[in-house]
Design a protein. Structure first.
Length: 435
């Protein structure tokens, strides 16, 4: 995790102290269940809680033990025994390391998902606010980067709102899928531990029992989780790329907020660059990069190996921390985005009315021209506009072949900008509901 692109709420989930606290809770809840089943003394289970419930674990001491044992869970259990005393011998009865590691990882991933859902809610709130603010602000829609037909800036933002609504739903599903617990012992047979212990720990940790584990929780769950983060990152980059284009000097329909004292370039004092959007593009690529190792982690040997472990130790914190930062940055970017309706109108008018070409095409066919002939007539005049030989409406009114079908008034009627926005309300209701 790089602190430059990290927020404290998310990084706290992945700190060593948090991890050891979760490990302790898993072990202590398992001891409670074992005590209820009569496998370990109840006073021993109580002593585990009483002596370690509020302890700040000595991370340096655990690391010191691990340097000797070469085993992280054993190092933790050894340190726990130093705190708890003789009763610690009843801890970890019938369990294997993966019971602790995998259950802990899933606790961390669900907590991370909860923060990410909140982050998406911030993005949605910003998008909704700005979408309604510019619901009917005319702007040009582009295909292949070329002017196509008019849209509204509100529709652009409503599109993003719908996209992030889907992202939220996928993330909730991914959270549910990864929120499982395994306390099933070596190779997952429950030979040394009762399934009721797993059920107890799962409930205590806010998880559900894994229906069947080997010695690990199936990694297809985690693959789906990180794939979902990758898709969300792609949505972040799509919107950031749109803003980058709109801020180009030749376009300048929208612009990132430029704060007092901000500098755009070390060499050129005039620069106002879309640095946040560009940063979001880079961060999104990193989140997507973690999807491939998550997919490859699904493939393990027999009942378990640890080829997934090293990858997960990196991708789990890095992907969640990076996406958390990116979503918060995106929410702020949208909330403070500078929007220039006058430049949008200027760009709309830039091609001399060519954006209404389809309306002329349809009008000609409705008046009896074949579609092929209508297309030729419209394109002939459009190409003259591209060459700088006049505006579209004037050229059409001078074209004798066009005038065989359409009067001047009928031609003018096709240049009504408002015609393109007659269903904006319908689209907004689809996206945002009746409200």
């Amino acid at each position: 995790m790089l602190s430059r692109y990290a927020r404290p709420e998310m990084t706290a989930i992945w700190e060593a102290q948090t991890r050891f606290r979760i490990w302790f809770e898993i072990e202590a809840h398992a001891a409670d269940a074992l005590a209820e089943l009569g496998v370990v003394p109840k006073e021993a289970a109580k002593a585990v809680w009483d002596k370690a419930r509020d302890v700040i674990f000595d991370v340096a001491r655990i690391d010191e033990i691990e340097r000797e044992t070469k085993h992280d869970v054993i190092a933790f259990l050894t340190h726990l025994a130093e705190i708890v005393g003789p009763e610690a011998r009843f801890v970890h009865q019938g369990m294997t390391s993966s019971d602790v590691l995998d259950t802990c990882l899933n606790v961390q991933l669900t907590r991370a998902a909860d923060l990410l859902v909140d982050d998406i809610d911030k993005v949605l709130a910003a998008l909704k606010k700005r979408a309604f603010e510019h619901k009917m602000t005319p702007t040009i829609g582009r295909s292949h980067g070329i002017h196509a037909e008019p849209v509204t800036f509100g529709l652009k933002l409503a599109y993003a709102y719908a996209e992030f609504s889907r992202a939220r739903a996928r993330l909730v599903t991914a959270r549910t899928e990864v929120a499982t617990c395994a306390i099933s012992g070596a190779v997952g047979t429950f030979a040394q531990i009762d399934p009721r212990v797993e059920a107890h720990v799962a409930k205590a940790m806010g998880l559900v029992p894994e229906p069947i584990s080997t010695q690990v929780i199936p990694r297809d769950r985690h693959a789906m989780y990180f794939a979902t983060l990758g898709v969300i990152a792609s949505s972040v980059e799509r919107l950031a790329t749109e803003i980058r284009h709109l801020q180009r000097t030749e376009v300048l329909e929208a612009e990132e907020f430029f704060s007092e004292g901000q500098k755009g370039s070390s060499a050129m004092p005039h620069k106002r660059n879309p640095v946040l959007s560009e940063n979001l593009g880079g961060l999104s690529r990193m989140v997507r990069a973690y999807v491939t190792p998550a997919m490859e982690n699904v493939v393990l040997w027999h009942e378990r190996d640890i080829s997934h472990s090293s990858a997960e130790r990196m991708i789990a914190p890095d992907a969640t921390v990076t996406l958390d930062f990116a979503l918060n940055r995106l929410a702020g970017l949208i909330d403070k985005l500078l929007i220039y309706p006058e430049n949008m109108q200027k760009n709309l008018d830039r091609l001399g009315g060519l954006v209404h070409s389809q309306r002329i095409l349809i009008a000609l066919t409705q008046k009896g021209a074949s579609r092929e002939d209508a297309y030729k007539l419209v394109q002939r005049n459009a190409m003259s506009v591209w060459r700088g030989q006049g505006d579209f409406q004037t050229l059409l009114k001078k074209d004798a072949d066009v005038k065989k079908y359409l009067s001047d008034a009928e031609i003018s009627e096709q240049f009504d900008l408002g015609y393109h926005f007659k269903h904006v309300d319908t689209i907004f209701k689809r996206v945002f509901g009746a409200s």
